[in-house]
Design a protein around this ligand. Structure first.
Ligand SMILES: [Zn+2]
Length: 395
């Protein structure tokens, strides 16, 4: 099929939007209401907290106890162009997440950090099986996670920043506990858990290994997102959607392998890519993380640009704020720098995320109508006034 018109239109709109780039400052991006669907609890610890927790709970494995050196170590460790190597750094964040108090603290700080970054809705995921080394049960880990989010949201609200926090419960794809983990996720669904995911090395661990867990979730009318199409290609995405019942794709970036762009700009979608676009399957895209794990060469070359121009249901996410040294605001800034997205596209990406969230419909609608849309309208008003004030020369 040809979508040449759409593609050309996308290019011309991109050029027009570069006009807005002077007003999309770091402050505007931070103040804009944002929604986050793909962020790992064990990928977002504050370096200082890791050092504190290691001392408090006797974790001796850290490569350094200097906070600045540790932050640099995580970043260097992550930027090695391989998903498997990227995942190695998590040994230390998981190492300090073996006690209830540690999980509560990290979850509360995660909430405060996201709220300070202008995030108004977040689904943060964690694999409870990773915190059971010292005897915590899956339920105890999930309870601690939820308690931390509640505490953090209270503190953020007291500071004037309302945020809604939800938990996604993850099972590790290379392990064999997914059914147990899925059942635990279902037990906590009315307390703030909104869905189930599998994560970890993708090559060699296809989603259908965990079919029984996905069946449990679906039979309970619960929600599924699956890390698929990050480091591994189309078969993983196909299985996630057509066998496991994924409603969203974690990354899903390799869907571009099913899209051909001819030299004249004509775009053809294969059956799977067409299905993903037609059914509005949300893509939880994390450009900087993909650059670090080697799935993309640079943000400016990331398929997110093609996919958003083709109007796939694209959402923008952080993945691992510590390892990739990003925030949702810095991801938006990177996208604006690379593609000149402007406020209009930022709002579109945010509404895409809110539409794709696993929170109940009325909760999502309230956030869209009462927080997201008024927030962007306000920022557009500010931008228009700034243009008028600076006059034609400044424009
Ligand atoms: Zn992820």
């Amino acid at each position: 099929m040809s979508v040449l018109g759409r593609s050309t239109d996308g290019h011309s709109r991109l050029r027009a939007r570069s006009y807005h780039r002077t007003v999309l400052t770091a402050d505007t991006i931070r103040r804009a209401p944002k929604a986050l669907l793909h962020d790992h609890l064990d990928g977002g610890l504050r370096p200082a907290t890791i050092v504190d927790l290691a001392a408090e709970f006797g974790y001796r494995g850290l490569p350094t106890t200097d906070v600045d050196d540790l932050a640099v170590w995580f970043r260097r460790g992550a930027d090695r162009k391989s998903l498997e190597l990227y995942l190695e750094t998590f040994v230390h964040t998981v190492g300090v997440l073996q006690e209830r108090e540690a999980i509560v603290r990290v979850a509360a700080e995660c909430t405060e950090d996201l709220a300070a970054d202008g995030v108004v809705y977040a689904e943060v995921r964690y694999a409870p099986e990773l915190s059971t080394e010292k005897g915590l049960t899956l339920d105890e880990v999930i309870e601690a996670n939820l308690e931390g989010f509640r505490l953090g949201a209270d503190r953020a609200a007291a500071a004037g920043r309302a945020i809604t926090m939800k938990v996604l419960v993850t099972a590790m794809r290379q392990a064999a506990r997914s059914v147990e983990v899925a059942e635990a996720a279902i037990r906590w669904r009315d307390a703030g858990v909104v869905g189930f995911d599998i994560a970890g090395p993708e090559a060699g661990y296809r989603p259908t290994r965990h079919l029984e867990a996905f069946d449990r979730i679906r039979h309970e009318n619960f929600h599924i997102t699956i890390h698929a199409g990050e480091s591994f290609g189309l078969p993983s995405i196909w299985e996630a959607l057509q066998f496991c019942g994924a409603e969203r794709l974690g990354h899903g970036v390799r869907i571009v392998d099913d899209i051909a762009v001819a030299p004249d700009g004509t775009v053809s979608l294969g059956r799977l890519a067409a299905f993903v676009r037609d059914r509005r399957v949300p893509l939880e895209m994390c450009p900087t993380s993909n650059v670090h794990s080697g799935a993309a060469a640079a943000v400016a070359e990331h398929p997110i640009d093609l996919l958003r121009r083709l109007r796939f249901r694209v959402t923008l996410n952080t993945d691992n704020r510590l390892m990739s040294n990003v925030s949702l605001s810095s991801e938006f800034a990177a996208l604006d720098e690379a593609f000149g997205i402007g406020l209009g596209e930022m709002e579109w990406l945010t509404i895409n995320a809110m539409k794709s969230a696993f929170a109940p419909f009325d909760e999502r609608l309230a956030l869209i109508n009462e927080v997201v849309k008024p927030g962007y309208a306000h920022l557009r008003g500010e931008a228009a006034r700034a243009v008028v004030a600076s006059g034609p020369a400044g424009a």
